[in-house]
Design a binder for this molecule. Structure first.
Ligand SMILES: Nc1ncnc2c1ncn2[C@@H]1O[C@H](COP(=O)(O)OP(=O)(O)OP(=O)(O)O)[C@@H](O)[C@H]1O
Ligand SMILES: [Mg+2]
Length: 140
């Protein structure tokens, strides 16, 4: 199933993430595609808020690879694969990381070397200025 929404600012993008959070279950994987600065991390901040986690805790995990945020209905793991080579992606152990009472949000999923059964693909398309088109596709 695919849904499309139009965002006119960071708050709209976060609101779309917040709305999606209600559909997420233990083991859900959210794959976030889009150019640099499209708003992937902003969307994850919305997911955090929707799960009951302080959104201010969410920052770009570029240097830590995997960040975990607690305090909500489910744990949230935030992964950024931008700088990784395939062998390093394998070494992250995503198979085990995605087990349990946890939602995993992955930026730059093009780098993944496997697929996930219960996944939601979020594609954020950069328009003019602050305009973004967000396409959300659910499988599983
Ligand atoms: N409609 C919008 N939705 C989201 N962010 C927006 C929007 N309009 C402007 N912005 C700005 O664009 C930037 C998006 O940054 P963000 O870190 O969320 O992007 P990203 O896709 O995670 O980038 P990266 O690939 O570098 O991790 C922020 O500075 C935000 O204020
Ligand atoms: Mg980001």
């Amino acid at each position: 199933m695919t849904r499309v929404c139009h965002s006119h600012g960071e708050g709209d993008t976060a609101a779309a993430g917040r709305a999606l959070a209600g559909d997420l279950r233990p083991g859900s994987v959210v794959l976030l595609s889009g150019d640099l600065g499209a708003g992937k991390t902003a969307f994850v901040r919305g997911i955090a808020e929707g799960l009951g986690i302080d959104p201010a805790a969410v920052s770009s995990p570029t240097f830590t690879l995997v960040q975990e945020y607690r305090g909500g209905r489910l744990r949230l793991q935030h992964v950024d694969l931008y700088r990784l080579q395939p062998i390093e992606v394998d070494d992250l152990g995503l198979d085990e990381l995605t087990l349990g009472d946890v939602v995993t949000a992955i930026e730059w999923p093009e780098r993944l070397t496997r697929s996930f059964d219960d996944s939601v693909a979020v594609d954020i398309l950069h328009g003019e200025d602050d305009a973004r088109t967000i396409r959300i596709t659910t499988t599983g």
